[in-house]
Design a protein around this ligand. Structure first.
Ligand SMILES: C[S@@+](CC[C@H](N)C(=O)[O-])C[C@H]1O[C@@H](n2cnc3c(N)ncnc32)[C@H](O)[C@@H]1O
Length: 254
């Protein structure tokens, strides 16, 4: 199977599994706190993201932070709790905007966290600039003619990493002089070589802030994957592993 068809298959399986899940919690625990989860919002319970390493992002040196694709808004809330004065969560999914607002209220940071419906940076004001910009992006590179504009396809797929390219290129213009971009990215499913190419093309130096190697696919997702990938050995005899990275992208000076 072509790699991109494989990514399409995995993404579709994850979406189906989520939709059929009758035990989806309305409130879940992550990073030592409880969070509201609305229907039609990516559930971090299935596959926790960069929030596990939020402590590695230097929020103490930021006064402003933008979370792209904020989903439940965990990273936005953690940034505000760490002292960032102005946090903006953006998501193309209106339910994610409501979910981020709910969690900002739940954790008493609604005065510092704003959420807006936005296609990438479309809802950012002309004078808004940020010390940090972060995304846990849709990193399945499925064929473009196989995906649609439904909320779930937007959450899972990014054909040819067109969105990621715009996230980096347009985000560069929204950073303050000391600003940096941060990205949560997978190695087993995502394509790290393509991310490195995109960083080069859009003018960033790339570093790895944190890396986790999960020996097993998260239980909640296990049956979304073909049996030979879950717990089995890969063709070269190595156990299948998920490598997930929190990347820091520092804009190169002209
Ligand atoms: C993998 S989920 C991550 C959600 C959340 N940040 C987390 O870590 O749990 C990707 C998020 O990006 C959002 N997204 C996808 N395309 C987008 C776009 N063009 N503009 C803004 N948000 C987008 C999705 O709606 C989804 O909430």
């Amino acid at each position: 199977m072509e790699t991109r068809d494989f990514e399409l298959l995995i993404g579709r399986n994850i979406i189906e599994k989520y939709r059929a899940d009758r035990h989806r919690p309305a409130v879940f625990a992550l990073a030592g706190l409880e969070w509201d989860l609305l229907d039609e919002v990516w559930p971090p319970t299935y596959s926790p993201g960069g929030e596990l390493f939020a402590g590695r992002i230097p929020f103490d040196r930021m006064s402003s932070f933008l979370e792209m694709g904020c989903g439940t808004g965990i990273m936005s809330v953690l940034a505000a709790r760490a002292g960032v004065e102005r946090v903006l969560g953006l998501d193309i999914n209106p339910a994610a905007v409501r979910n981020t607002e709910l969690n900002a209220r739940r954790h008493a940071v609604a005065d510092r966290v704003t959420a807006r419906e936005s296609d990438l940076y479309s809802a950012v004001g002309p004078d808004e600039r940020f010390d940090g910009i972060y995304w846990n992006p849709p990193f399945l590179n499925a064929p473009e003619d196989s995906v649609d504009t439904s909320i779930w396809d937007e959450t899972m797929f990014d054909p040819e990493y067109a969105k990621l390219r715009r996230f980096l290129a347009e985000g560069r213009e929204l950073l303050t002089p000391r600003g940096k971009a941060y990205l949560w990215f997978g190695e087993a499913l995502g394509n790290p070589a393509l991310v490195a190419d995109l960083a080069e093309e859009t003018g960033y130096d790339l570093g790895v802030l944190a890396k986790t190697e999960m020996a097993e696919i998260p239980e909640a997702l296990a049956d979304a994957f073909p049996a030979d990938l879950v717990g089995g050995d890969s063709e070269d005899g190595e156990d299948a592993a998920w490598h997930l990275h929190l990347l820091e992208l520092r804009p190169r000076q002209a």
